[in-house]
Design a protein around this ligand. Sequence first.
Ligand code: FDA
Length: 307
Amino acid sequence: MLGPVLLAASRSDRMRRLVSRTPLTRPVVDRFVAGDALSGALDAVQALTADGIDVTLDHLGEDITDAAQARANRDAYLALLDALGHKGLGKRAEVSVKLSAFGQSLPGGHDLASAGARRVAEAAAEIGTTVTLDMEDHTTVDSTLAILADLRRDFPSTGAVLQAYLFRTEDDARALAVEGSRVRLVKGAYKEPASVAYQGKDDVDLAYARALGILMAGDGYPMIGSHDPRMIELALQLADKHDRTPDTYEFQMLYGIRDGEQHRLAAEGHRIRAYVPYGADWYGYFMRRLAERPANLAFFLRSFTTR
Ligand code: FDA
């Protein structure tokens, strides 16, 4: 019930101002976001990698209104990659990019976002790492997959995200289950109409299982982006069935969610990567996490009553 309301709130400027200016929000945000500044992100990378958990970093900044902000977001990624290179973390940390932060939704935005992503992919390659293109609402999927195809010609390890809730995703999974292709499969976090996406949780879970089956049977490198114990178990069964060794796929979870499970998978020798967001523009990301899970919302509301 609350999920759709919170997803709608994640797009509201009024709610953004209200939630962002409430001082009590901060401790809850800190559970999911590694600080406003690059230094916080680097501290998180060092702590996680020391525990055997790889990282993908997301500089938060999705709702922009002009090309100058798009360039500022691109430059934030360049500074991040530079810092990762200096600390010798290129082998353990990659970056996740939301193309909306690079201007995708502005007029002429496809080319602007494509150029920004290319510059970041070059900088990532220079320090021996790579980029994954996050997937946003369904209106952006064609543009994002076109930019992916273009980038993969020069940077073949550039990763994609597919959202199981979209009807189109099984076809996209088939097209991307090819040698060298890195695909993160997630359930999907945006409010989508019934004309393009499954609405019920069970339908989304079944769609996830089908797309996972396609990716694990294929020749690519699946990245299982889920906290769901049933999907993790299914991935392990499929790896067994298709004789996949642990270096041919990885698990991914969000920073601050199921930390114990992240450490358990690492300790058992599985590849596991935490998705670490940082930056001052945390509102949209934070609201999507609240929408996903009532327990997260309860945690948030409790912070108002327990002080
Ligand atoms: P779901 O939310 O259905 O939960 C299933 C089960 O997982 C629960 O019943 C519980 O057992 C366990 N669980 C979940 N949350 C828990 C918690 N906080 N504590 C304890 N147990 C918990 N989306 C998108 O649209 N575009 C994108 O690019 C990305 N990128 C992305 C990267 C990574 C690394 C991840 C993990 C996720 C994304 N997502 C995303 C978000 C994704 O679409 C989805 O909204 C969330 O991962 C939640 O779905 P789950 O698969 O985790 O299961």
